[in-house]
Design a protein around this ligand. Structure first.
Ligand code: 1HN
Length: 264
């Protein structure tokens, strides 16, 4: 019997009923409150984690904690003070700072939560996503869709930091988390060329390989790296063009979209 007992207010018949309900793992809706609220209850609070501290603490972890089997990643998760000690930035999103040092490799694995990464500083990391090597440089956006194999490499001498966002809390709430470790990683100093993903789908606006329609059976964008040079150029062009109301706001706005469908 795992259910709550409810007060019958001195009515012996009702008390019997409530006892039997509890024995049968049932709960009376008329005694429950707070299930349906007029508006969503949000537990996460607005909070700021400062980049300076994140970077310093990441570096210290880099000196003390190896990357390898076990944690697999040297990651500091943003733990929202409103969420009672869970390692989550919000009720549905994981946010974290990842630090990888010179000549290090974070081994291959895959999981159902999807990840996106914004590179904060450095260059020279490449991430292998389902066998496709994506270079990561400052301000790039890199996607690691659900259940794709991924591993990170720094063949050179410069450490790198990037921001990881995953839908892990949401997938966990759906009881749909699966994780699988991969093969042993390639040699740490292996370098990589340009990704197939970018060669095929990153040629420019409106340019797609013939036959790559929205019906291509891929549940995620086939473009896995949105490099900052492209984003910067598009933002600058839009900014230069602002007129009327938009000029007053001074904001250029872009959406990262699946190039096949222009849907996020
Ligand atoms: C993960 O796989 C990475 O691959 C980073 O870099 C952060 C946080 C929770 C679960 C898996 C990565 C992660 C993660």
């Amino acid at each position: 019997m795992a259910t709550r007992r409810f007060s019958a207010g001195g009515d012996p018949d009702l008390s019997d009923l409530y006892k039997d309900l509890a024995v049968n793992d049932l709960q009376p809706l008329w005694e429950l409150s707070g299930l349906l609220t007029p508006a969503p209850r949000t537990r996460a609070v607005p909070y700021r984690w400062r980049g300076k501290e994140l970077r310093e603490l990441g570096e210290r972890a880099g000196d003390l904690v190896p990357v390898g089997r076990g944690g697999d990643r040297r990651v500091l998760s943003l733990s929202n003070p409103g969420l009672g000690g869970t390692p989550y930035a919000t009720a549905t999103l994981w946010g974290a700072m990842q630090y990888l040092g010179p000549k290090e490799t974070a081994p291959a694995h895959r999981h159902t939560p999807a990840a996106l990464r914004f590179v904060l500083e450095g260059e020279g990391v490449w991430t292998l996503v389902d066998g496709d090597p994506l270079q990561m440089a400052a301000d790039d956006l890199v996607l690691t869709p659900s259940w794709t194999w991924h591993e990170h490499h720094i063949p050179g001498d410069t450490p790198m930091t990037w921001f990881d966002a995953l839908d892990l809390p949401l997938v966990e709430a759906l009881e749909a988390v699966f994780f699988e470790p991969g093969q042993e990683p390639l040699a740490p100093n292996t370098t990589a060329g340009r990704s197939t993903s970018e060669r095929r789908f990153g040629s420019g606006p409106g340019l797609l390989p013939d036959g790559a329609s929205s019906t291509t059976p891929l549940a995620h964008s086939p473009l896995l790296r949105y490099c900052w040079a492209d984003t910067d150029r598009a933002l600058s062009a839009q900014f230069a063009d602002l007129h009327g109301e938009a000029a007053g706001t001074g904001h250029a706005h872009l959406r990262f979209a699946d190039p096949r469908t222009a849907v996020t």
